[in-house]
Design a protein around this ligand. Structure first.
Ligand SMILES: Cc1cc2nc3c(=O)[nH]c(=O)nc-3n(C[C@H](O)[C@H](O)[C@H](O)COP(=O)(O)OP(=O)(O)OC[C@H]3O[C@@H](n4cnc5c(N)ncnc54)[C@H](O)[C@@H]3O)c2cc1C
Length: 416
């Protein structure tokens, strides 16, 4: 088949490679190039135990307090609130114990073997040098702060995520000695030492294997008799037998046209500071629990990345999240120095129920986006699932929790 993949982030590039390996002719379309979006700036954690969404029971109560606290990792561009409200109502509505259980069950299947999935994708491409098996630690101020997250750890435990609790002093990375009262070390995780370069290396492999690339702005999807036949781009129509939409945070308007009409979706803006020439180098990624940011050793630099801000896709980065990252990092590691600090803001693609959309939409089209905080982790497996669905080896019902039409089907008998 001729497969057209829209978007060259980790999800699109992985989809393109798995479709290529299945024997299809593949064209990848992006307005910039590989990893021009969110896949460039993430924290590089292969979060196999990422089974807890942001919207959890009690968030509706905690959020106003956090927004009033300049040291809390939640920000809102207030002028955006009127547009945000319909999403926010649904997003907070999913903060129930029942949805958390449903989410953890579904995401465990998608994330649990992340390191192996990355190796399956990257082995032999040259990109494997960016992937390593690693622990992922969570640093808490004290034992009480750890206990406040008991429910989350119990959920991870239920799904077989291996972790060990330690007193802070017993965590043996000298960078963090004396910095936390309590540390939880997750086993069987992984790390990507330069997420942008990793996706670019995968892209180069795709091209070297004969994959086509069109640099063009995708303006719409082209439909004929209810089926999707092409992408309508600044460079003309790009048509194929199968069109896969992997535009990350920019996917929603076209996804709605392809059938996900009632999709409620937003950008969860996130921030990073890249400290080039950092004087301290942690061994593994560390999630600083109080600040909700991860500190990851990367090639030639250390990256602090995290924070959630609601403010839409258009507004520029806000200064306060950068200042908070900087303040918290310096308070935690007062001896840390660096030669250059690079700032970046990106958009996590966030459906209201936090579950990605993976599967068939209008005839001839597939959706693969909405991986919010764990898209790097889940990208390779998502690409594989979509390629299997396109090839008919995998039924969409196997991954029903991610059915793109889950919000948009009307109950039988209901009039439109
Ligand atoms: C601060 C931060 C930290 C994170 N940390 C982690 C982490 O440690 N681990 C993890 O697993 N995940 C993490 N994430 C989440 C992860 O980065 C995302 O979920 C993932 O990158 C999404 O990938 P994607 O391919 O869906 O989208 P993207 O990478 O955004 O790719 C979308 C592509 O579509 C292209 N595009 C968009 N619109 C158009 C158009 N109209 N025409 C043509 N091209 C278009 C863009 O140029 C882009 O290349 C983090 C995110 C942030 C913000």
């Amino acid at each position: 088949m001729e497969v057209v993949v829209a978007g060259a982030g980790i999800v699109g590039v992985a989809t393109a490679i798995w479709c290529q390996r299945a024997g299809h002719r593949v064209t990848l379309v992006d307005r910039a190039g590989p990893a021009a979006g969110t896949s460039h700036g993430n924290a590089g954690v292969l979060a196999a135990g990422g089974l807890i969404p942001v919207s959890t029971p009690g968030l509706a109560r905690r959020a106003p307090v956090m927004l009033a606290d300049p040291d809390a990792p939640l920000f809102l561009r207030w002028g955006y609130l009127p547009r945000l409200l319909p999403f926010l109502r649904r997003y907070l509505g999913y903060g129930t114990a029942a949805h958390l259980a449903h989410y953890a069950e579904a995401m465990h299947r998608l994330l649990g073997d992340a390191h192996a999935q990355h190796m399956d994708l990257a082995q032999g491409t040259g990109a494997e040098r960016f992937v390593s098996a690693a622990d992922y630690a969570f640093g808490y101020a004290d034992h009480a702060a750890r206990r406040a997250e008991d429910a989350a750890w119990a959920t991870r435990d239920r799904y077989g995520v291996r972790f060990e609790d330690r007193a802070g002093d017993a965590y043996d990375d000298p960078v963090w000695r004396g910095r936390f009262g309590h540390v939880v070390v997750c086993r069987d995780h992984g790390s990507v030492t330069d997420p942008g370069a990793y996706v670019a290396a995968l892209f180069d492999h795709f091209r070297a294997e004969g994959g086509a690339f069109r640099r063009a702005d995708i303006r719409n999807v082209a439909m004929h008799d209810g089926a999707c036949t092409a992408l309508d781009t600044s460079d003309g129509l790009v048509s194929g037998d199968a069109v896969v939409l992997c535009l990350g945070p920019w996917s929603a308007p076209m996804a709605r046209k392809l059938g996900a009409a009632r999709l409620s979706f937003e950008s969860e803006r996130g921030y990073h500071l890249d400290l080039v020439g950092a004087s301290l180098r942690p061994r593994d990624s560390m999630m600083v629990a109080a600040g909700k940011f991860a500190v990851t050793p990367m090639e030639g630099r250390v990256r602090a990345a995290g924070i959630v801000e609601f403010g839409g896709l258009v507004a520029p980065a806000s200064p306060k999240p950068f200042a908070l990252l900087h303040r918290q990092l310096c308070a935690l590691l007062p001896d840390l120095t660096w030669s250059e600090a690079r700032e970046w803001m990106g958009h996590r693609p966030a459906p209201a129920d936090s579950l990605p959309l993976i599967g068939p939409a209008a005839p001839g089209s597939w959706l693969a986006f909405g991986h919010q905080h764990v898209g790097l982790t889940a990208g390779p497996k998502t690409g594989r699932i979509v390629a299997e669905m396109i090839g008919g080896e995998r039924a969409a019902r196997d991954w029903a929790a991610f059915d793109p039409m889950r919000h948009s089907r009307r109950p039988p008998g209901r009039r439109p």
